[in-house]
Structure formats: C-alpha cells, structure tokens
Design a protein around this ligand. Structure first.
Ligand code: GCO
Ligand code: MG
Length: 409
C-alpha cells in the first residue's frame, strides 16, 4: 500500500477547513484534518512544501514510523502548525489502514469500550432568559450535558456568546472566527466576570435542577488566583468542569488553582504535545485532557497522552468545536469509543454546507455520538462540493481591557 497522491484541499463552506487527502496505489483514499483556525494557510504551505514531497511513494501502513520521521526529521519541535500538519498525515494513514482492513477505525484501536459517546453542546445567552432558551434548545436537540457561556454586564462582546456579532449567521452555535481582513476587537474585565458568573450558574441551577451536567470555559483569561476564586465560587453549582481557567503555558498555575478548589479542571485545547501535560498529569493537577486530535499530532500521540492520563484517573474531553472538521471529529469519536478513560466529547454541529462537503457516517442521538461502522473514519470528502467554496480570510478575535491593554482572549 504505497502513497501515490497527496492533495491538500482548502474549502470554506461555513468556515475554512484544510484537509489532507492521500490516495494509495491500489486506489484507497485516506483523509486527515489540518485545520488551524485563523492560521489555515500556514499549515497548507507546511504540508504542500515540506510534507507532501516526502510522502509520495512511501508505505502507507507504517503509521508510527511516518509520524516519528516527520516529527524528528523536522528537527524543530512542536508548535501548532507542525503538529496540525503531522496530525493530518497520521489520521489519513489510520483511515487508510482501517479501510484496507475493512474495519471501522475504532476496531484497530482496541475495539469499543462503550456503546455510545456522551457529548456536550454550547448554550449561551446575553441574559438569563436568552440563556435558558438556548439550554432548552440544546435539550430539544438531545444534548444531556451543556456548556454555559454568558455576556457580562458592561462588556460589549466576549468569547462564547452566540447572540453577539456573528458573520456566518447560519448556525445557532457560537463561531469565533469572523470572516474579515482583520481580527475583531472584544472587551474584557475579569472582576466583572468573577462577580457575574456565579449568579448565572445560580440561576441555571434554580431553573434546570441539580442533575444536568454543566460546563464552563474560562478561555485562558484569568490569573491563577482569580481562577482559584472562580473555581471556589462555582463549587455550590457542581460543575462537570471549568475549562482553560488560566493561560496554558505555565503548568504550575494549575497547582495554585487546584489547591483552592474541588471544581474539576479541564485544559489543553491549545496544547500540541504530551510535554504540555507532563506536570499536569503526573501531579494530578487536572481532571480532563482537552486536546484536539487535529492539533496534537493525530490519533497516535493523542492515544499515548490519554493512556498516560489514565494512570492518574484523568479522563478525556476531546476538543470538538466547529473549527475541527468532520474528519477531525470522526478521528476523535473513534478514539472516544476505544479508550477506557473516556470522559465527554465536545460537539458543536456543523452547518449544511459543511455537511455537503464532508459526507459523514457518524451519528448523534439522545445526546450521544457514535462514529458508525463504515471501514476507516467513515467520512468522505466531496471534492466537487469543496471546490464551490474557496478560502476566505478569517481571524479569531482578540481582547482589550478598558485602558487599551491587549488581554488573553
Ligand atoms: C472550545 C474552544 C473553542 C475555541 C476555538 C478557537 O472550548 O470549544 O474554546 O471555542 O475558541 O476552537 O479556534
Ligand atoms: Mg475552550
């Protein structure tokens, strides 16, 4: 099984996606997601200029060897662009191997450890009534675990609130990347957020009762002591997790947060190797690993991170916003089904145009996902449909404080 063709497909149905499409000499097609939100074309160049020429003619069965070759021969280690490019190759090779075996990919990862995969969706609102409507809407779609994000009085626009400015206008979900020539500017005030958020969770618990699993994303905007204060103030509302409460570069920040609160902590969507988790896992400073398969070098390294986490009773919470393509989502679902230490899967739903480009066999019903049983990942790329949607410049927003200082978004 030799790699005969390697194409990098860029398409922008509801948003930009980068997909690596490998074709073998016996005609099998394998897909890998290489989408890096707001920096897509950097990964396209990395793949086209430096990876595709190295893949042609190589043995598609040698997944681990190819991964090590791409990682080590680059010499320059880690980083989101490199790791998204390597991930696309890794996932496409797993897709090919499973297709060659005639099995859904999860069978090659050890087989199913569960029947179905618990998903959480993104509810948000500018005020409590709008938030309650959004939660009910998600429940009507079947979701049994819900992430809660709200506006903060006095702030114009912040991360995670769907009703604020959106250029796509198509989904009920929040889409942070805006199609424009420059990033949108949002505002931020941590003290206002810390005062307001507990009142929101109090309201949600009063309306929806104690059982509904609730999650929240702090999106890296707090200092460790602020995050500790938030975790503590949310304890009465029994969160499933508090995500990305501090910027991720400093792993010791989580030690301080952990020493103050029993609110479960999830982190890692911006991480790209196991080294970003080394202290967090070994010292049991977190409860959930949030990496995306796409941004962590693929299925092979992601499984190693999750196996390492399992030794410390830390579970998975794989990243699954809309900037993970259906290919990246399918890769996550096969892993979710196979690993023992599954926790929860993030699942925002893609729009109709995206679903026409990526024909999927995974399913979502009553709040649970399943990757399906087609050989491989179970996703096909409709190249003609993809061609209808050329790349559009889009950026993630950024933040400024009231005095003009740039802050973590
Ligand atoms: C999440 C994330 C996303 C990111 C986005 C950036 O928890 O789903 O925080 O919403 O902001 O993936 O590209
Ligand atoms: Mg997040």
């Amino acid at each position: 099984m030799k790699i005969d063709r390697a194409e990098v497909v860029v398409t922008s149905p509801d948003r930009n996606f980068v997909t690596l499409r490998l074709t073998t000499d016996d005609g099998l097609v394998g897909l890998g997601d290489a989408t890096l939100n707001g920096r897509e074309l950097a990964v396209v160049a990395y793949l086209q200029e430096h990876v595709v020429p190295l893949l042609l003619g190589s043995d598609a069965h040698r997944i681990e060897d190819t991964w090590q070759f791409l990682y080590r021969s680059a010499y320059w280690r880690r980083g989101p662009v490199t790791m998204a490019a390597i991930a696309a190759v890794d996932v496409a090779l797993w897709d090919l191997k499973a297709k060659a075996a005639g099995l859904p990919l999860y069978q090659l990862l050890g087989g199913a450890s569960r029947d179905k995969i618990l998903a959480y969706g993104h509810a948000s609102g500018r005020d409590l009534p709008e938030l309650f409507d959004s939660i009910r809407k998600h429940q009507a779609l079947g979701y049994q675990a819900i992430r809660v994000q709200t506006a903060i009085p006095g702030l114009k626009a912040i991360y995670g609130v769907a009703a604020q400015t959106q250029t796509s206008g198509k989904r009920y979900d929040y889409e942070p990347a805006q199609r424009a020539a420059r990033p949108a500017e949002e505002d931020w005030d941590t003290r206002a957020y810390l005062r307001h958020l507990p009142t929101v969770f109090e309201g949600v618990r009063a309306e929806f009762g104690p059982e509904l699993p609730l999650l929240h994303d702090g999106h890296h905007r707090m200092t460790p002591i602020q995050a500790a204060k938030l975790g503590k103030s949310l304890e009465p509302f029994d969160l499933f997790w508090l995500e990305d409460c501090t910027p991720a570069e400093n792993q010791d920040a989580l030690r301080l947060v952990r020493s103050h609160t029993t609110t479960p902590l999830a982190i890692g969507e911006v991480f790209n190797t196991v080294w970003d988790y080394q202290t967090l896992i070994k010292d049991q400073l977190i409860d959930y690993v949030r990496s995306a398969v796409t941004h962590t070098g693929g299925i092979s390294p992601m499984k190693k991170i999750l196996d390492y986490a399992a030794q410390y009773q830390i579970k998975s919470g794989i990243h699954g916003p809309t900037d993970i393509s259906p290919v990246g989502m399918a890769a996550a679902l096969h892993l979710d089904l196979a690993i023992h230490n599954f926790g929860i899967q993030e699942y925002m739903q893609h729009g109709d145009a995206t679903n026409s480009v990526f024909e999927q066999s995974f399913s979502f019903s009553d709040g649970y996902l399943h990757p399906g049983n087609k050989p491989g990942l179970g996703v096909d790329l409709n190249v003609d449909e993809a061609g209808k949607y050329p790349y559009q410049t889009a950026y993630l927003p950024f933040n400024r404080l009231a005095d003009g200082t740039v802050h973590d978004w």
